[in-house]
Design a protein around this ligand. Sequence first.
Ligand code: GDP
Ligand code: MN
Length: 432
Amino acid sequence: MASPVAAQARSLLRDVALRPAFLAARSQAVQLTSRRWLNLQEYQSKKLMSDNGVRVQRFFVADTANEALEAAKKLNAKEIVLKAQILAGGRGKGVFNSGLKGGVHLTKDPKVVGQLAKQMIGYNLATKQTPKEGVKVNKVMVAEALDISRETYLAILMDRSCNGPVLVGSPTGGVDIEEVAASNPELIFKEQIDIFEGIKNSQAQRMAENLGFLGPLKNQAADQIKKLYNLFLKVDATQVEVNPFGETPEGQVVCFDAKINFDDNAEFRQKDIFAMDDKSENEPIENEAARYDLKYIGLDGNIACFVNGAGLAMATCDIIFLNGGKPANFLDLGGRVKETQVYQAFKLLTADPKVEAILVNIFGGIVNCAIIANGITKACRELELKVPLVVRLEGTNVQEAQNILSNSGLHIMSAVDLEDAAKKAVASVSKK
Ligand code: GDP
Ligand code: MN
């Protein structure tokens, strides 16, 4: 499971050169914005896969150690694999705050499954992709273990530079794919898929061959790849990642891990999938923001940013850094804005004690700036805003919006453009 890994690999593949000064904060912001997409647990993704003809191991899900023990007995398998269910990848090499090492364990003894599950459920698992303190494990997957003779990597992503889906694969799987992309880029293979024509048999075959599947395994792997692509389309995924996409000594191609992200814009036609959304791993403030159709991203600086769109969030992040400041958070307002949302947004932004200034950067294409301006003045009055507020509005109804702000009698700093806004916000913080 590794969405940020795939995101990083994707950037590498695209040769995106991120300026080092912004790299850390930006990649943090990029990773966090990827939470915009619904992310399912491995067991949920695997259920979707098996329902669509993709080969996964037999498994049960348990939320107590006793249930895990019973599941292990019921599986009646030669060997069992026990896997902590969290949304982050790198579980195999993770560590629990119970002291247990490894979020993925193999054993032949169901009793051991029970003992291990006891040290997993209710404890935090920290991996390369989680915050330092880790993420609490509420469920474990108990699956029939299979021997793996070879591990490869396979993903299907929506890629802007390809204007559609792209198949990404590497014969070196199981490991961190961004390391492979960095050290052995020649081992990363891509197949651009025409969304209208769909995946061609020749593309699936070529990928299977590039992944090193030989003889009858090549057809089997190609068949699994086509089924994964069909699933990708059917569920409106933005990403399907299988690492490892492996083969067994018995000659079977199996998806040993699964990570699927979904396009939030497709929620209206994927109701069953979105109903599975497990929000227990979110920060409470993210859930609170989601109630008002807002997206919250927490960072560790002191300038709160209120923006519309992930692209504008990135640009705002860069320009604050360029001017010597650090963003405290981002609150992303979607396209359809109501005055009450602006009020709620300010409430959330100022709830963070690190915040010393607020920067509003709204580009009104669909958004009506006057609505934002009214929301801002209302929020300032009702929340008795204490920190400096810099506002940059551009686009639809901007003149009316400027009038609302300047006639409000409130101390609001207007900015002519993004650069000006960032300078004013950074200055208002450092003056303190
Ligand atoms: P991740 O660490 O979060 O990516 O979790 P994975 O599901 O990928 O598991 C980590 C590693 O455990 C895999 O790369 C495999 O090497 C190993 N593993 C997982 N399931 C099995 C299994 O059924 N049999 C064997 N032999 N190894 C497994
Ligand atoms: Mn994995």
